[in-house]
Design a protein around this ligand. Structure first.
Ligand code: HSE
Length: 429
């Protein structure tokens, strides 16, 4: 029988508490799966005297990280502190000291994952990070193991619960962005500083991780184009609905031939697409593989027990590798040369909302611009604007080239009948 596996944990916040609950509550099942018991032996906390809503032997708590990183008895480090500093250095020290690492930290994985993975391989240690994307959905394992035989060409993700909650409320209640954000903050669903969520940065980090694994390319955060949700109006959502679309903050990673593109942006998604019905704080990741076709994975993207489930599943994987002596043997995922898709290679449908002068010949002038760049239109819808003598024109294009659409937009900016380009959305589904 293998000796018990000893775990040191960095952090005992919401997720850390969930990890303790699962490891202690599922002892027998875990032991049967890995062939020995798993024990959390030390936990790094900021305040040793803080009241906690979990009973944990106070002798396990320490406020000195060296007690954990330098303890030769500890096999595995679980990091649930978040942020880059000092988490990244703690993880590096753990690897140098021969400890396997498990992290829920999307910032560290997205920005420094390659460096850590190389160090892990050199140290013959495992590095696992299932909880860093979409909390309770086992999407990392799905991409690395489940789809290892396929060639993935598209990943679309609703990977930020806060923004999905805000957009769902805006859609259901016809409410404005600012009002819903304030309500979400008052209820504790959105952070008091919501920048990382609402500007799409949190989703961008998660998409960097997914794209890298899905395409085996060293995707970096700086390769992404990112747009958040602050500009979305209730009119956009209402017009979208009228035409059969829901607005979602989508991360889109796509591969065309050997080139890739990764972006995060508000997207109009057809109501009958499974991503359109993902509501509230839930997350979902849609994966298209050449062999498997369409798949989608849905579940909680955050929270104590869902995120802890993913972390403890990583712990089981590390323990199984320890039994087999195969730790650190997973290849770093980025073995393909990175080539980024150019605008000429990106094709998609678009939704445009234009405010135009309401007079004869305007529609003809507008459709001529689309024709000039060979952008074909799927539907055109016009509504008078009650408050001033103008009209709103909503256009959905057929699949069009992004470079051609950029030229259309540039021409509209110089066309005197177009008073304002109110909104432009990519359309999916
Ligand atoms: N802030 C994230 C979200 C949760 O709203 O989904 C943690 O990744």
């Amino acid at each position: 029988m293998m000796k018990p596996i000893k775990v040191g944990m960095l952090g005992l916040g919401t997720v850390g508490t969930g990890v303790v609950r699962i490891v202690e509550g599922h002892q027998e099942d875990l032991a049967r799966q890995v062939g020995t018991s798993i024990e959390i032996t030390r936990v790094l906390v900021k305040n040793l005297d803080k009241e906690r809503n979990i009973s944990i032997d106070s002798s396990k708590l320490t406020d000195n990280v060296d007690d954990i990183l330098n303890d030769p008895e500890i096999d595995v480090i679980i990091e649930v502190l978040g942020g880059i500093d000092p988490s990244k250095e703690y993880l590096k020290t753990a690897l140098r000291n021969g400890k396997h690492i498990i992290t829920a930290n999307k910032d560290v994985v997205a920005l420094h994952g390659t460096e850590l993975m190389e160090l892990a391989e050199k140290s013959k240690c495992d590095m696992m990070y299932e909880a860093s994307v979409a909390g309770g959905i086992p999407i990392i394992r799905t991409l690395t193991d489940g789809f290892s035989s396929d060639r993935i060409t598209k990943i679309m993700g609703i990977v930020n619960g806060t923004t999905n909650y805000i957009l769902t409320k805006m859609s259901q209640e016809g409410a404005a962005y600012g009002d819903v954000l304030k309500e979400a903050q008052d209820l504790g669903y959105a952070e008091s500083d919501p920048t990382s969520d609402v500007e799409g940065l949190d989703a961008a980090r998660k998409m960097t991780i997914l794209a890298k694994i899905g395409f085996n390319v060293n995707v970096e955060l700086s390769d992404l184009t990112v747009k958040g949700i602050a500009q979305i109006t209730k009119e956009d959502i209402a017009y979208g609905k009228k035409l059969g679309y829901e607005v979602k903050l989508l991360g889109i990673a796509e591969r065309k031939d050997d080139s890739i593109s990764v972006s995060v942006q508000p997207t109009m998604i057809k109501l009958n697409h499974p991503l359109a019905s993902v509501g509230g704080v839930y997350n979902a990741v849609y994966v298209y593989g050449e062999a498997v076709g369409e798949t989608m994975f849905y579940g909680p993207g955050a929270g104590e027990m869902p995120t802890a489930t993913s972390i403890v599943a990583d712990l089981v994987s590390v323990a199984k590798n320890m039994r087999l002596g195969t730790n650190g043997s997973k290849l770093p995922p980025a073995y393909r040369v990175k080539k980024l898709i150019t605008d000429e290679q990106i094709d998609s449908k678009y939704f445009l909302l234009l405010n135009v002068a309401d007079k004869a010949g305007v529609l003809a002038r507008i459709t001529q611009v689309f024709a000039d760049y060979e952008v074909s239109l799927e539907s055109v819808f016009q509504q008078p604007n009650a408050t001033n003598p103008s009209a709103e024109i909503i256009v959905i294009t057929h699949i069009a080239n992004k470079a051609a659409m950029n030229k259309v937009m540039a021409d509209f900016k110089n066309l005197e009948v177009v008073r304002e380009i109110r909104s432009v959305y990519r359309v999916e589904g």
